[in-house]
Design a protein around this ligand. Structure first.
Ligand code: SF4
Length: 511
């Protein structure tokens, strides 16, 4: 029987990385990757539980596969990721034609379980223990990190890679499913992380993004010594070939003086910090159980501005959380205006089963008020980002070139044209190839594009990112992908800088 797999990824960068890992594992088990569910005999959905909308989209996508399964019962359908861990058997009830349910702590079991399904052993499920099922150490062991050999072909670009340094979370914000779906917070051993970074560098990767739910809380204790994120960054900084190091997502209370000075003193560390504020109201933050006040957040901002004055800061906000009044929302706007974030991901609160907010708080802000607050905050954020980006007009920025912009890909993607199918996995990408300001995590997805094989020197719109994670588009050619280039900024919108390659005048003295 042939082994053709198609994987669809929704969710955050953790899921993008997990899909890369699962594909690498399946390839080692003889699978080949195809570009559509139609061509595949194994279809996997890597899912997200952050918002209700994300889950409904997966159920609706599964619904579309029902007919295909009826026509071809051999087709294997699997659901993996956070929704699998959270809903477990409910998925089999709602979509009885699903064969496989695998939580994010059990991804290493997928090849074996697919084998069992194919061998006629019926539906298979592998999920980790819930937080209430036993002692923390026992539950932690049931959430395994899954970081075998990497598959460079599945990365967004060959020069950039995610590198997981931590799984799980112990913060228990009242709205969040992560402490249940991803289990207790566990740091990966630094030796494993360094070995993986060296493999990535050998594969031509120039930029690594360290991943953790609260990445700056990273700790690993071994032989009486603790490695924190600062020590880890110092060791990663020594890896030849890696030019840029980023880390997401940060927890405000752990943005210490030590970490900020480490970022300042290590040139490879990007002065880009994603630190979700979530709300500008102490009452709301308390109900969210975020563990800090607005004053604490502002103290952190002052620390960043003092130590890293040129850093770009981004944030997440939830609007319409339980009990959020108009006055609470005004405080959020004031915080956004004070902090002048590079960008913010803005979410309208939706109840997530199994969270403390679902159990104890009332989702009492009407849908239309949530939508209005979302739009208002977004408009303010966009105006701030545009103003700050426009200050960069006329300056020169160093950009790691990622490849053709989304606009260029669209122009090159013509039905019926000859082309080589490729898969691009990525975080949300906007019209100019960069993150849209208000795209929720669930829209991160595997995208497919048919890119015309062509002249490498053809002038097309290319996209890249500055050290501060700003998106830059410019006219260039594909050969520039993977290079670090100086770009002069000519124009700027709230999400994108538009520039041109800096040219140098060659003066020949004497011949
Ligand atoms: Fe969820 Fe809070 Fe942990 Fe972030 S810090 S993953 S919001 S529980």
């Amino acid at each position: 029987m042939s082994k053709r797999v198609y994987i669809k990824t929704v969710g955050c960068q953790m899921n993008v990385l997990d899909s890369e890992m699962v594909i690498a594992d399946l390839k080692r088990h003889g699978y080949t990757v195809v570009d559509s569910a139609k061509e595949a005999d194994t279809v996997l959905y890597n899912t997200c539980s952050v918002r209700e909308h994300a889950e409904e989209k997966v159920y609706s996508a599964l619904g579309k596969l029902r007919e295909a399964k009826e026509r071809n019962p051999e087709k294997t359908i699997g659901v993996m990721g956070c929704m699998a861990q959270k809903d477990q058997k409910v998925i089999f009830q709602r979509a009885p034609y699903v064969d496989l349910v695998v939580g994010p702590g059990q991804l290493h079991t997928i090849p074996e379980l697919l084998g069992k399904v194919r061998a006629g052993q019926g539906r298979q499920m592998a999920v980790s223990m819930s937080r209430k099922d036993g002692k923390q150490s026992v539950v932690a062991r049931s959430h395994e990190t899954f970081d075998p050999l990497r598959d460079p072909a599945m990365r967004p670009t060959p020069f950039q890679a995610y590198l997981r340094i931590q799984i799980g979370c112990d913060k228990f914000c009242t709205y969040c499913v992560v402490p249940n779906t991803r289990g207790p917070e566990q740091g990966r051993p630094p030796t494993q992380i360094l070995a993986e970074a060296r493999v990535l560098a050998d594969q031509g990767c120039r930029e690594i993004t360290l991943l953790g739910q609260t990445v700056n809380s990273y700790r690993f204790d071994e032989d009486g010594r603790t490695t924190d994120l600062s020590s880890l960054l110092m060791r990663l900084h020594e890896v030849d070939g890696i030019d840029r190091i980023k880390f997401v997502t940060n927890y405000p209370k752990d943005m210490t003086e030590r970490l900020l000075t480490t970022v300042r003193d290590l040139p490879k560390c990007s002065p880009y910090l994603h630190v979700p504020a979530q709300s500008g109201s102490d009452d709301v933050l308390r109900r969210m159980k975020r563990g800090y006040t607005v004053a604490d957040y502002l103290d952190m901002m002052e620390r960043i501005e003092r130590i890293l004055p040129d850093a770009a800061i981004s944030s997440d906000f939830i609007v319409g959380f339980c009990g959020e009044t108009e006055e609470d929302f005004r405080k959020t706007i004031r915080l956004a205006e004070r902090c002048r974030f590079k960008n913010s991901f803005i979410f309208q609160y939706s109840v997530r089963g199994g969270t403390k907010a679902a159990e104890r708080l009332s989702d009492d802000v009407p849908r239309e008020i949530k939508a209005r607050r979302n739009n208002e905050l977004l408009a303010i954020q966009d105006a701030i980002a545009k103003e700050d980006n426009q200050k960069l007009i006329g300056t020169e920025v160093d950009v790691l070139v990622e490849g053709p912009s989304k606009r260029a890909l669209r122009d090159l993607t013509k039905p019926g044209q000859p082309g080589e199918p490729i898969q691009v996995i990525g975080v949300p990408v906007g019209d100019n190839g960069g993150p849209r300001n208000n795209v929720p995590h669930e829209e991160a997805r595997v995208e497919e594009a048919r890119v015309e094989e062509g002249d490498d020197s053809q002038l097309i719109q290319m996209t890249g990112r500055t050290h501060c994670d700003r998106i830059v588009v410019f006219d260039g050619n594909r050969r520039q992908a993977g290079q670090m280039m100086s770009i002069v900024v000519d124009d700027a919108s709230s999400h994108t800088l538009v520039g041109r390659v800096k040219t140098v005048e060659v003066v020949t003295i004497g011949v």
